[in-house]
Each structure stands twice: as structure tokens, then as C-alpha cells.
Design a protein. Structure first.
Length: 71
């Protein structure tokens, strides 16, 4: 069975699974707005850009709790 996912490279809707149910999971998304796949060069560029980002301050309740506990 397939499921809808968000492409980590472009952020557009895509699918994961066997491929037999793509239209069922993406039927409400126009084909022009779906991820069409990426070349190896595009994937390498996106991976390099993601690895150069510096992590910001953690967010969320758990991170705030951990910060409070350390203080």
C-alpha cells in the first residue's frame, strides 16, 4: 500500500510504497504540483545544503524542559 509523503528535497507532495496506489494517495494533488523526482546532482546539492546549516536553538516543550533542568 502507498502513502503520501513530502519530498525532503523540494517539499512537494510525493508517495512512498509499492507504486500501485499513487493516484489514490495523490489524487487531490494536480500532477504539476507533485514532486517529479530529482537527478543525482540535485540530490547531492540538497544534501550538501542541508549539512551546512547550523542547528539553531532547540524548540518545543521537551527542549525547554531540558534547558530549564540544566540551569
Amino acid at each position: 500500500m502507498c502513502r503520501r509523503v513530502t519530498c525532503k528535497t523540494c517539499g512537494k507532495p510525493s508517495w512512498a510504497g509499492c507504486g500501485a496506489h499513487v493516484e489514490q494517495v495523490l489524487g487531490d494533488v494536480p500532477k504539476a504540483q507533485r514532486c517529479q523526482g530529482h537527478s543525482q546532482a540535485e540530490l547531492a546539492k540538497a544534501k550538501a545544503a542541508a549539512s551546512t546549516k547550523t542547528p539553531g536553538a532547540p524548540e518545543g516543550r521537551r527542549a525547554k524542559l531540558m534547558t530549564w533542568l540544566r540551569s
